[in-house]
Design a binder for this molecule. Structure first.
Ligand code: SF4
Length: 334
């Protein structure tokens, strides 16, 4: 088995609010790993800590946030120990990020050539004609027609789908081994979305890049990912292969997310998870999911479950998955 390219160990990212009087644990002790060429889906409702996890990895946290503990090891180097200057050299060269809104990533004042060439110029030292050829190749690889002509265009002269593909070309320009794609298809219509996902898959097969796919769309996870980590209230509550988690999920939250997926041809009303995600500054005692969990007991509302293995490379944070039969019985009796 190959060594993971990315290893996140017990990562804690906290926000300080109200002049320092309150600490919000947006990411609270999560661990996961990713090998080269692998795709991990990071899923969960809005506000569960997915984006904060990604921003922690790329070192782009807002001023109110800080990494309070843990390690982020990229090819063996701990990114939490890097200076902002060192992180600037790592971003684009080793890790790239694709954001939800391409217009937020593209500068309307610069043409496509300038924006796609910058990472290759800065990180790889490519110049002049070689740089032009590199940009043309990158645009071709993300299926932009007539790349030599299109590189002279500005973002406003392109469709939404083309802009998102340009963002993909910028992400690939520095030759990273890890791409973090944060809801990259949310603003695309369904047919363009499918084409974009196919494109990412093709690029991954050609380059061997690892991808973290942040989404709340489990259909995309099923299509794109090898493994998935389900986040709730800043913690990973279940992590394993897509096949295992879709086949027989262990955690009631994973079951509820899967149950709320639209099914082709079904006339049943869509299932909605009752209640709202908790306020991270004021979490309920015990298991944070217990106020919304169909299988919760008194025991869950008083004691926080630990992460336990429930299969090969598969863990869950739930009393129901606890290997000690007595604890599962406690749960059943409570
Ligand atoms: Fe539900 Fe209890 Fe498991 Fe939490 S520990 S998910 S409340 S069954």
């Amino acid at each position: 088995m190959t060594t993971p390219y990315l290893e996140v160990r017990d990562l804690q990212t906290h926000f300080t609010t109200f002049g320092g009087s309150r600490v919000v644990k947006a990411v609270d002790g999560i661990s996961f790993s990713l090998r080269e060429g692998e795709t991990l889906g990071l899923v969960g409702e809005s506000g569960c800590g997915k984006t904060t996890t990604c921003l922690s990895i790329v070192g782009l946290l807002p001023p109110a946030a800080r990494i309070a503990g843990g390690e982020i090891r990229l090819a063996g180097e701990d990114l939490t120990k890097k200076s902002p200057r060192e992180m600037r050299r790592i971003r684009g060269r080793k890790i790239a990020m694709i954001l939800q809104d391409p217009m937020a990533s593209l500068n309307p004042l610069f043409n496509i050539y300038t924006q796609v060439s910058e990472p290759a110029y800065y990180h790889l030292g490519i110049r002049r004609q070689s740089l032009r050829r590199r940009v043309e190749d990158l645009l071709r690889s993300v299926r932009i027609p007539s790349p030599a002509m299109r590189m002279r265009n500005y973002p406003h002269q392109m469709s939404g789908g083309m802009r998102q593909r340009i963002v993909g070309a910028i992400a690939l320009a520095g030759g990273p081994k890890l791409i973090i794609a944060d809801e990259p298809t949310t603003n695309l219509d369904v047919t363009i979305q499918a084409q974009y996902l196919d494109l990412l898959k093709d690029i991954q097969q050609e380059t061997g890049v690892a991808i973290i796919f942040v989404t709340h769309n489990l259909g995309i996870v099923a299509k794109m990912c090898d493994r998935m980590a389900v986040m709730y209230a800043g913690k990973i509550v279940e992590c394993g292969s897509v096949r295992d988690l879709f086949g027989a999920p262990s955690h009631p939250y994973t079951k509820a997310l899967l149950g709320s997926m639209a099914k082709l041809g079904s006339k049943e009303p869509l299932f909605a998870i009752p209640g709202q995600p908790p306020d991270l500054a004021n979490l309920p005692p015990g298991c944070a999911f217990h106020p919304r969990c169909a299988e919760a007991t008194q025991h869950c509302s008083e004691h926080e479950p630990k992460i336990v293995p429930c299969g090969q490379d598969w863990t869950a944070k739930c009393w129901l998955a606890h290997p000690k039969e007595s604890l599962r019985h406690d749960h059943a009796r409570a």
